[in-house]
Design a protein around this ligand. Structure first.
Ligand SMILES: *Cc1c(COP(=O)(O)O)cnc(C)c1O
Length: 392
């Protein structure tokens, strides 16, 4: 079958019902191991001379369907599934580095990625530093002889700052350094980093790809040669693989990614505009806002602005917490990308581990809140926000 449009592939790619008794929904191959026809056949599978499954930590048919589907959605050659987003991040970063190497990171990274980088530095002497990557010259000056990975999140959590992925990838190519992009906040529906030059895309599939708040999972996509190597080393031997049932839930959730993302984006756009006008709100950080400092870059590399809004309320930490406690429909929870609208307080939750000084540098005050806009009627989400804001 030739390549169809995104909305079609996200439903069909990698599954052929007629090869599975016509079952419309793909089977869950809930098995740890696979039976070989003969001893010789088993030997050939281990030697790579015969196609076929061996053991589910190496590969499983339900998980393989998901890997084929995400590869197609990101326009990459090969996908890998992991037991969590962090299992994906750690397998990729450990797979691409050795003692003495240096990782150049965007100005902010996910809290546990920050923890992993610290661990890699302390235990394995793989150093890192954070950089704005705001222009070519400063990026060039930050690359050292030991830099073997450039690691980028865009938008950056929770300040929503963007990194120009095309520019970073172009410069990195001159130095032969692979660029890894954590694309969790956008999903492949809004941003496809491989198309603009990056080498590996990572997802916490827990978020928009799942969309229903019932799976912890991770995915990575890139060139076949590199991803196959990682599959046979840091994926297989560290072993953070995905279960067949979670792969099935993701195949199910991802079918509606385009329609869900459209609603997330529409709702977020309306709410960001309303928040901006409210007298109790000081500062709205949303890439779809025309006053957002990187609005033009957002339009260049994202097909829509996404479903996340960060904003500062006027006042202090106690008032931020009072505001959260006054909400009724909106749930106080970390994570994002679910049907339910979620709100969290980065300075005491997702970024509590980051030292206060670094947090302030990153622009994470204790008046900052991050809203993951859900799929409810925007009028109801706004009514909840407005009532709580008016109480301040
Ligand atoms: C949640 C998240 C992760 C980690 O994913 P898990 O599935 O929780 O392990 C990594 N990066 C980003 C941007 C995330 O939001």
């Amino acid at each position: 079958m030739d390549t169809k449009r995104f909305e079609t592939e996200v439903i069909h790619k990698g599954y052929h019902a007629l090869q599975h008794h016509g079952s419309l929904s793909p089977p869950i191959f809930q098995t740890s191991t696979f039976v070989f026809d003969t001893a010789e056949s088993g030997a050939k599978r281990f030697a790579g001379e015969e196609e076929g499954f061996i053991y589910s930590r190496l590969s499983n048919p339900t998980v393989a369907m998901l890997e084929e589907r995400i590869a197609s959605m990101e326009n990459g050659e090969k996908g890998l599934a992991f037991g969590s987003g962090m299992a994906a991040v750690s397998a990729i970063l450990l797979g691409l580095t050795k003692t003495g190497d240096h990782i150049l990171c965007s100005e902010g990274v996910y809290g546990c990625t920050f923890g992993l980088l610290t661990l890699m530095e302390e235990k394995y002497h793989i150093t890192h530093n954070f950089h704005s990557m705001s222009d070519e010259d400063s990026l060039r000056s930050a690359i050292t002889d030991y830099t073997t990975v450039i690691y980028v999140e865009s938008p950056i959590n929770p300040t929503m700052k963007l990194v120009d992925i095309e520019m970073v990838s172009r410069v990195a190519k001159e130095y032969g350094i692979p660029v890894v992009v954590d694309n969790t906040f956008c999903s492949p529906y809004l941003q496809r980093p491989l198309d603009i030059g990056c080498d590996v895309v990572i997802h916490s599939a827990t978020k928009y790809l799942c969309g229903h708040g019932d799976v912890i999972g991770g995915l990575a996509v890139g060139k076949k040669e590199l991803l196959s190597h990682l599959a046979m080393t840091t994926q297989k031997d560290i072993g953070g693989v995905m279960s067949p049932f979670d792969a099935w839930l993701l195949l199910r959730g991802m079918k509606t990614l385009p329609v869900r993302m459209d609603r997330h984006c529409d709702n977020a756009k309306k709410l960001a505009a309303l928040l901006k006008e409210h007298p109790a709100v000081e500062n709205v950080l949303f890439p779809g806002d025309e006053d957002f400092p990187q609005y033009e870059l957002a339009k260049k590399q994202m097909s829509n602005a996404g479903g996340l809004i960060s904003f500062e309320i006027k006042g202090n930490k106690a008032m931020a917490q009072k505001f959260m406690n006054s909400l009724e429909l909106i749930k106080i929870a970390v994570s994002l990308g679910d049907a339910e609208t979620l709100i969290q307080h980065p300075s005491t939750m997702t970024h509590a581990v980051v030292p206060e000084e670094n947090r302030m540098q990153m622009g994470i005050s204790d008046r900052l809140l991050r809203l993951s806009v859900g799929l409810e009627a925007w009028e109801d989400i706004w009514a909840d926000l407005e009532k709580a804001l008016n109480q301040l």
